[in-house]
Design a protein around this ligand. Structure first.
Ligand SMILES: Cc1cc2nc3c(=O)[nH]c(=O)nc-3n(C[C@H](O)[C@H](O)[C@H](O)COP(=O)(O)O)c2cc1C
Length: 306
């Protein structure tokens, strides 16, 4: 059998395969250059960027939990100026499209970030994070209020002709509603899901394990929730859905495609094994060959529920 076709189109952006990196778990890609062949990735999504550099929250800000990890990084990042100056030249030299994940504290900040990204040739798309649970202003408020979410996405849409992906928060009652609202506001694709607000406690010290008290849960613990949300969102919108949440191996990635994801993002797995994305890619290809599936797109939404 000839090699299966792994190419996918995530709403105007063509990828050589469906394996992307999840924001905040892959630095600015160079950090992984010694471990993997970055050019084999479908796309690279960088750490969330703000207008000004940010130190994030005080430590401890990462805790391991059963089947997952809890983080309250608080969006530490180099800021857009240093990103353009120091990080983008390397990212722009890679084959996979670089997608800039952005967050602001106001609608205007999101719009300004999109405006700054617009002339940058090395940035092929923008992922709008309206779902970080760890910042006091904005953050989860944007992601859980349909009216504000619509405003943020519309403001970014007005400033960018680049591919526009919106990352939805799982910390909502009706994810399908948030999906429809952000699709209407101009998103080209939706990434589903960000981390789930959670906490961990130390019984002996009687203190929370994170200085921020609460954080965002990721890893295998959230996979069933992410699968359910991707499934619901895929049935509610016409634009492509990108599955994120607890993808540790090829089987996980393919399951997300079955419930309706066009592509996937790999996050926490990168902390356990920096080679995870490559293993997932190889494993997907091997599974498709074994099953005699010539085109990965045949799996998208092919779940049988009847
Ligand atoms: C340490 C850490 C930092 C993260 N930073 C960001 C970020 O800056 N922007 C964002 O949209 N998501 C961020 N995320 C969320 C991930 O991109 C992803 O949505 C989430 O971790 C679920 O996927 P996973 O279970 O594969 O890790 C972060 C996650 C972790 C664990």
């Amino acid at each position: 059998m000839t090699a299966p076709d792994l190419t996918v189109d995530i709403g105007g952006l063509k990828l050589r395969n469906p394996v992307m990196t999840a924001s905040g778990t892959f630095g600015y890609a160079r950090e992984f250059d010694h471990y993997i062949d970055l050019n084999r990735l479908g796309a690279v999504i960088v750490k969330g960027l703000s207008l000004k550099p940010s130190k994030g929250n005080p430590p401890p800000r990462i805790v391991e939990t059963d089947c997952g990890m809890l983080n309250a990084i608080g969006l530490e990042n180099v800021g857009i100026d240093a990103f353009i100056e120091d990080k983008l030249p390397f990212l722009g030299s890679l084959f996979p499209p670089a997608i800039a994940n952005i967050y602001g504290k106001t609608v205007e900040e999101y719009a300004l970030l999109a405006e700054r990204m617009e002339p940058l040739e090395g940035v092929k798309g923008v992922e709008v994070n309206i779902s970080c649970p760890n910042v006091k202003e904005g953050g989860v408020a944007f992601g859980s209020d349909p009216k504000i979410a619509r405003e943020v996405v519309a403001a970014v849409r007005e400033k960018t002709s680049k591919h526009l992906m919106v990352k939805l928060s799982p910390n909502v009652t009706d994810i399908a509603l948030m999906a429809r609202v952000t699709e209407d506001a101009g998103a080209d694709a939706l990434s589903v899901i960000n981390t789930i607000t959670a906490m961990a406690v130390d019984l002996d010290t009687r203190r929370p394990k994170l200085a921020n008290v609460t954080g965002g849960l990721s890893g295998p613990a959230i996979k069933p929730v992410a699968l359910r949300m991707v499934w619901q969102v895929a049935q509610s919108v016409k634009i492509p859905v990108i599955g994120v949440g607890g993808i540790m191996n090829a089987k996980d990635a393919l399951e997300f495609m079955l419930v309706g994801a066009t592509a996937v993002q790999v996050g926490t797995a990168n902390f356990i094994n920096p080679d995870s994305t490559m293993q997932i890619l190889d494993g997907m290809e091997a599974w498709l060959r074994k099953e005699g599936v010539g085109d990965v797109r045949a799996l998208i939404g092919a779940l049988e529920t009847g």
